[in-house]
Design a protein around this ligand. Structure first.
Ligand SMILES: [Mg+2]
Length: 406
């Protein structure tokens, strides 16, 4: 027996421009692009990338297509509220990444319809350019001095690197010596550096590493412990006199709240493609401001998520710096393979030019990026034909065979 869902269509108005289609595209190196088209033919792009879990997010879009086709594309908050609250189960990285991609696309559409950049819709600009940082060192950091020099020549003034390679729950203290040396190396050429503990350093090692780095003044340390350890983070925070950043694995302002209230972080790092898009990141940033916490969007992702992050940066008083994936280790192809970097799918890559450590104000309508739709569609078709596989992170085990964090 055929059945149909009893679907509602959200809040409507006289000049409704309904969502006509919601499409998703798998693209290398590890991104999921979202394309929303309205009845009036306006196209908005979003990014629902959840690295290594693309199929799970794609599953959420099966539901979204059914639910939100026909809804007024202008009512971004109504759609957000319905996507977040109408299915009883809420939050988490999969559902929030899907919401994020849809939300970005709707902001892009609204900006294009009105002919203004998204930052104009968020209250106007509070700065003329956004500070950005690039990566050095990859998964297993080495040769960072040479790479930091290259970053300097590309226009960056700050970099980020992984603090350590694979590390045991309790490891030799001397395993941390190289980390200190790498920070000294990068600082020696006049650059600032954030160190990403990546949640791979457990408490017995994290406390001593945070202390050992202190004399060399890192810009910040990131995820010194895995999310969830609020009290333990607070203890480390009380031990050191430089900033702690965290937040790429927090979704929604409700997830961020205990960290704000505990006073255990100085910088919140919402990922625009995971935390709930522009709508939710805006609210996280406002909540953070009440605790004097800076906002540094996490973005080892594609051009759409990066543009969305900058839109927040241009309009957010407590924005401090944004991650940029240009020439990041995930984006670099092995010799002979096709490269898919930050600019690959863009028709206007010049808007992301790095100068003096900053990216200038985006002035185009919507998110301000023009996407090469033909290439995106070809890339997705090639994925469906099995010409390339979805990205997976490395799997690490210690010498005793036990699972380690990546
Ligand atoms: Mg990180």
């Amino acid at each position: 027996m055929a059945t149909t869902w009893n679907l509602e269509k959200g809040l409507q108005s006289e000049d409704t421009d309904p969502i006509k289609s919601i499409e998703t595209f798998y693209v290398r190196p590890r991104w999921l692009f979202v394309r929303v088209e309205t009845g009036q033919g306006i196209v908005g792009w979003g990014e629902a990338t959840l690295e290594g879990h693309t199929d799970a997010v794609e599953g959420a879009f099966v539901d979204f297509r059914q639910r939100f086709t026909g809804w007024d594309s202008a009512n971004i908050e109504d759609i957000y509220q319905s996507a977040y609250r109408h299915r009883f189960y809420r939050g988490g990285e999969v559902l929030m990444s899907a919401i994020s991609g849809l939300d970005m696309a709707l902001w892009d559409i609204k900006g294009k319809r009105l002919g203004v950049p998204v930052w104009q819709l968020l209250g106007g600009k509070v700065r003329n350019k956004c500070k950005v940082y690039g990566w050095v060192g990859g998964d297993k950091p080495s040769d960072v001095l040479e790479q930091a020099q290259a970053r300097k020549e590309q226009g960056f003034t700050c970099v980020k690197m992984n603090a350590v390679e694979s590390l045991g729950w309790l490891d030799s203290p001397s395993a941390l010596d190289e980390t200190v040396q790498r920070l000294k190396d990068v600082k020696s050429i006049g650059m600032d550096a954030g160190l990403d503990f990546h949640g791979r350093v457990h408490r017995p090692m994290a406390r001593q590493l945070a202390k050992a780095l202190e004399p060399y003044r890192p810009l910040f340390i990131e995820e010194p412990l895995l999310p969830g350890h609020v009290d333990e983070l607070k203890a480390i925070h009380g031990q050191i006199g430089y900033p702690i950043a965290l937040g790429e694995r927090l979704f929604t302002r409700q997830d961020c709240r205990p960290y704000f209230e505990a006073g255990c972080i100085d910088i919140i790092q919402p990922d625009l493609a995971h935390a709930g898009g522009i709508s939710e990141t805006r609210k996280i940033a406002i909540a953070a401001e009440a605790y004097d916490i800076g906002v540094a969007p996490h973005c080892p992702l594609g051009p759409i998520a990066f543009a969305a992050s900058l839109q927040i940066g241009f309009s957010t008083p407590n924005f401090v710096i944004c991650e940029m994936s240009w020439k990041m280790h995930y984006n670099l192809a092995k010799p002979g393979a096709e490269e898919r970097d930050l600019f690959t799918y863009m028709l206007n890559p010049d808007v992301f030019k790095v100068d003096g450590g900053h990216v200038s104000l985006l002035t185009g309508p919507g998110l301000g990026v023009e996407i090469n739709e033909k290439l995106v569609r070809e890339e997705h078709e090639r994925f469906k034909k099995g010409e390339w596989l979805e990205w997976r992170n490395p799997i690490w085990r210690g010498e005793d065979g036990a699972v380690r964090e990546w």
